[in-house]
Write a new protein. Structure first.
Length: 71
C-alpha cells in the first residue's frame, strides 16, 4: 500500500465534483490507472502530483503537494 494519504486525493476530487474519469482525462491516463492510484495500489508520478496540485488549487489557492500527499 502507498504511504501518502490517498483519502485526501479522493476528498479533493469529490469537493470539485469530478469523477475519476474526468481527473484521469486531465492526467492523460486511463480511468483504471487513476482508480488504482486513488486507492493506493499504484503511485502517482511527480508530474501527476504537480497536475493534481494545479487542479486542486480551485479549492485552496495555496495548496501544496505536501498538503495533498504527505500531511
Amino acid at each position: 500500500m502507498i504511504t501518502y494519504n490517498i483519502n485526501k486525493v479522493k476528498g479533493y476530487r469529490n469537493m470539485l465534483g469530478l469523477t475519476q474519469t474526468q481527473i484521469a482525462d486531465k492526467l492523460n491516463i486511463t480511468k483504471q490507472s487513476y482508480s488504482r492510484k486513488e486507492i493506493g495500489k499504484a503511485k502517482f508520478t511527480d508530474q501527476e502530483k504537480i497536475k493534481l496540485k494545479e487542479i486542486f488549487r480551485f479549492i485552496n489557492p495555496t495548496i501544496t503537494i505536501d498538503d495533498i500527499f504527505f500531511k
